[in-house]
Ligand binder design. Structure first.
Ligand code: PMP
Length: 485
């Protein structure tokens, strides 16, 4: 098989650049919290496949359940011939979701598909057309979910027109000067300026924004939203695709607030790496759509359902909700200590709900500009972080192992992301690179914002080495790519 550089070349020739990849290393195998690339380098995987691997890579119990299902059948399409694992999972999710009303669950494949279906169901159940979402929120990459997503670059730019009857209100964010009252007032302005509340089918919100920077919706705000929805007959949808299944120390993040939504969208860590999503909702709402109106060829694939049932067992048996709280406490404690020690006051906030923790950097007195950037630990430890580029540390620890390993200071392997860089540099479009004592330069990506093209990429001795460690994920016009080793 080709090495990383060879595969990167083949990827460039065969795969469109719109599918950006954070790191130009190619996976060979993975186990629990660790991953090995095609050149045999070992990494601790802090990304967990974008918050998909709360139970780690290839958990033995999940793999056994998958194997057993594969030995029986892998697909029938639930709409043609139904099967027990789908029903068992729906029963389990209905029991787990907050609220003591009867519930029903539809299973699908991707997160965006779950959100699309929640909106379809809300529209049919209410007979209304409007949907209100929040600025900075992320709900997917299909046309409807892109419309709901409250972030133009890089998700929506140039891809309109979007479906109509979608409205955005500001997400309450005290750090950036948006109060709960401001957000509620903005929703009232939507009711006055854009659409009457009697025509709004649903309000959709992430209890903690995932792609948007790990901002937690204040509990009082969720309570007020619930009241507002009840007052106007609007359905409240909690998008828990990123926050679900133990990530925040509860099975669903909204449980922290005590608010009971009408529908919850789920995906990602539900099936430990297998594509599966769902909508859990009040039974009468879920039954509003007549037969044939919902579904999809692959929705609720039996192998993915078997994986999900095992994932739910593992979360319970291994006490992963408590573990998420412990990791969150440890991480926020350490990061707050770091923030208190930094004399430059470059850290404007350390925040978290359970293990979903972010650190936000500010430049001087102004906060980092809006838009989240997923970064590695290396950046946190960097002294020269540059102006306003870096915003949040995304903590997608797979369980168990990564945190323990980090705590033990295990730094074997050249690719260990927890290693503290000895030197940091910064290019004009936001790439931060560091040279390690091992003589490997590790680069991490930051959003290049409106980079016009590299001017300083050639600077320094580190340019052009034998391996590509990171390319810039531009999502815009910058085509620059840094080769470092
Ligand atoms: N909603 C949220 C909150 C998400 O974080 C994501 C994925 N990042 C989605 C929806 C879309 O999920 P998918 O990529 O599986 O379509």
């Amino acid at each position: 098989m080709d090495g990383n550089v060879g595969l990167q070349t083949r990827r460039g020739n065969a795969v469109p650049r719109g599918v950006a990849t954070a790191y130009p290393v190619f996976a060979d195998r993975a186990e629990n919290a660790e991953l090995w690339d095609v050149e045999g380098r070992r990494y601790v995987d802090f990304a967990g496949g974008i918050a998909v691997l709360n139970t780690g890579h290839r958990h033995p119990k999940v793999m056994a359940a998958v194997q057993a299902q594969m030995d029986r059948f892998t697909h029938t399409s639930f709409q043609v011939i139904a099967y027990e694992p789908y029903i068992a999972l729906a029963e389990r999710l209905n029991a787990l979701a907050p609220g003591d009303h009867p519930k029903k669950t539809i299973l699908l494949t991707t997160g965006a598909e779950a959100v699309e279906n929640a909106v379809k169901i809300a529209r049919v159940a209410t007979g209304r057309r409007g949907v209100i979402a929040f600025a900075g929120g992320f709900h997917g990459r299909t046309l409807l979910t892109m419309g709901l997503t409250g972030k133009v670059a890089p998700y929506k730019a140039g891809m309109g027109p979007f479906p109509t009857d979608i409205y955005h209100a500001p997400f309450p964010n005290a750090l950036h000067g948006v109060s709960i009252e401001d957000s509620l007032a903005a929703i009232n302005t939507i009711f006055k300026a854009d659409i009457e509340p009697e025509q709004v089918a649903a309000i959709i919100i992430e209890p903690v924004t995932g792609e948007g920077g790990f901002y937690q919706a204040p509990f009082e705000f969720l309570v007020e939203l619930r009241k507002l929805c009840d007052r106007h007959g609007i359905l409240l949808i909690a998008d828990e695709i990123q926050t679900g299944f133990g990530r925040t120390g509860k099975m669903f993040a909204i449980e922290h607030s005590g608010v009971v939504p009408d529908m919850i969208t789920v995906a990602k860590s539900l099936a430990g790496g297998f594509p599966l999503s769902g909508v859990i909702g009040k039974a009468d709402i879920m039954d509003a759509v007549p037969p044939g109106g919902l579904g999809g060829t692959y929705g609720g694939n039996p192998v993915a359902c078997a994986a999900a049932l095992a994932v739910l067992d593992v979360i319970e048996e291994e006490g992963l909700l408590q573990r998420s709280l412990d990791i969150g406490d440890r991480l926020t404690g350490r990061l707050k200590g770091l923030a208190a020690r930094t004399t430059t006051r470059c850290i404007s906030e350390v925040r978290g709900l359970g293990g979903m923790v972010a650190i936000e950097f500010a430049s001087g007195r102004s906060h980092a500009r809006s838009g989240s950037h997923q970064v590695t630990h290396r950046q946190v430890s960097g002294k020269r972080l540059g102006r306003s580029v870096l915003r949040s540390l995304r903590q997608c620890d797979p369980y168990p192992g990564a945190a323990d390993r980090r705590r033990r200071g295990d730094r074997r392997g050249t690719g260990y992301p927890g290693k503290i860089p000895t030197r940091l540099g910064r290019t004009n479009c936001g790439l931060i690179w560091s040279r390690e004592p091992c003589q490997h330069t590790h680069a991490v990506r930051l959003q290049p914002a409106n980079c016009e093209h590299p001017k300083r990429h050639d600077q320094g001795k580190e340019e052009r080495h034998e391996k590509i460690i990171s390319t810039i994920d531009n999502g815009g016009d910058c085509r620059c790519r840094r080769y470092v080793a």
